[in-house]
Design a binder for this molecule. Sequence first.
Ligand SMILES: [Ca+2]
Length: 132
Amino acid sequence: MSSIYNPDYQHAYNAVDNVTVCPTGLSTAHSRSEFRPWIKIDLLDIYDLNSVVIYNRQDNFGKRLHDLQISTGIDGTENSCGFYEGPGVTGERIVLYCTSGARGRYVLMTILTPPEETDVLTVCEVQVFVNN
Ligand SMILES: [Ca+2]
């Protein structure tokens, strides 16, 4: 993850701890406000991605999730999965089906912040589904 807003709680692993309920922002993976914040998930092997499911935070600020580029590959950037324009809704479960050719080990999710602006990347949980 590009940064952690509250290092006591909001680590990237909150996005992959199998807990899809986040009563407060403390149980989310939560970046600081920055240019193009990102989170990268290691699948530990190479897969053909079918879809990515994102659990947005459930207390507030769901709209912060927007213009999310999802890519994959050996380093996470070679192949596109898709794009979530948003803006997200608090409590939303977002399902993104990947375009074909989304093959890789790492799944990189980046908010494409416009120049001279900043964004906060917060997710409660990210699930990656693969083919086969
Ligand atoms: Ca979680």
